[in-house]
Design a protein. Structure first.
Length: 273
């Protein structure tokens, strides 16, 4: 092979290598993006994400919030591509939705723990709970299980050990109910509106806040601040390693957001990161 041909070959190989590198860089850049649609539930999540948006903006990341009043919708919107991410649920809820609805959604970062509470307009203390009281719990499997575990922790019912172990408790798993409580399963969003018809009701933090209820002041039973039910930021599995997903998590888990949660919510919400 003559010298000229060797040089042409070497230059051609170099050009191919540079083109491949440029293409790879362009592809990586294309996978990142600077504008995201994030689904959140109404209430405290909106407040927190206003701070997240400001932090993310410093990194050149624009977050558009899509607010939901129903726990059944944000994962469907994410799975269909209408959202880039959502931040409203804990892992047991996501596991159930993936299994029951065929989603392929995964967590990418922790957000907050929102201790669950039972609230009432009829009694001021759980010691006042009468026999035969109507007790509202959520009708979705993960939150319904969570509410039943809280009733058991308060000594009001006993559940089958296997259901407790597997986090699958339903009213059918109640084995002792000395007060003969009437368990009423309703949609989570409906429970605050049903307080006049129920003696006590389990209400998730975001719905409680919207109804003007405070965990510290108004709950007659409340979950411990540290629980297995830490909320998460979730994305489609195909997006879990995308740069924008990491930037979103970093914005949420920033010192500014942590300080806001601790100052604003004073224990009714707890940073999980």
């Amino acid at each position: 092979m003559n010298t000229f041909f060797r040089r042409r070959t070497a230059l051609g190989a170099l050009s191919v290598t540079l083109a491949a590198a440029l293409f790879s860089g362009s592809a990586a850049f294309a996978q990142d993006k600077n504008s995201l649609k994030v689904g959140v539930s109404v209430g405290s999540a909106e407040q927190i994400f206003e701070v997240v948006r400001k932090v993310a903006a410093k990194d050149g990341l624009n977050i558009q919030l899509v607010v939901f009043n129903d726990y059944q919708l944000p994962n469907a919107a994410l799975a269909s591509g209408d959202l880039d991410a959502n931040a409203f649920q804990h892992q047991p809820f996501l596991d159930n939705q993936n299994k029951s609805r065929g989603f392929d959604i995964v967590p990418v970062g922790l957000t907050i723990t929102a201790p669950l509470g039972f609230y009432s307009r009829k009694i001021k203390s759980i010691d006042q709970l009468p026999d035969g009281a109507a007790v509202g719990i959520q009708n979705d499997p993960s939150n319904g299980n969570r509410a039943l575990l809280l009733l058991q922790a308060a000594g009001l019912i006993t559940l089958k050990p296997e259901a407790v172990k597997n986090n699958t408790a339903t009213p059918l798993d109640v084995v002792t109910n000395p007060k003969k409580l009437k368990l009423v399963a309703l949609d989570a969003a409906q429970l605050p509106r049903s307080l006049d018809d129920l003696t006590i009701a389990a209400i998730n933090n975001d719905y409680a806040g919207k109804a003007g209820l405070s965990l510290d002041k108004d709950a007659v039973i409340k979950e411990a601040a540290k629980s297995p039910y830490a909320n998460i930021i979730a994305v489609r599995r195909a997006d879990k390693d995308k740069p924008w997903a990491k930037r979103l998590v970093a914005a949420y888990q920033s010192p500014e957001v942590k300080s806001f949660i601790e100052t604003q919510f004073k224990g009714s919400l707890v940073p999980a990161f």
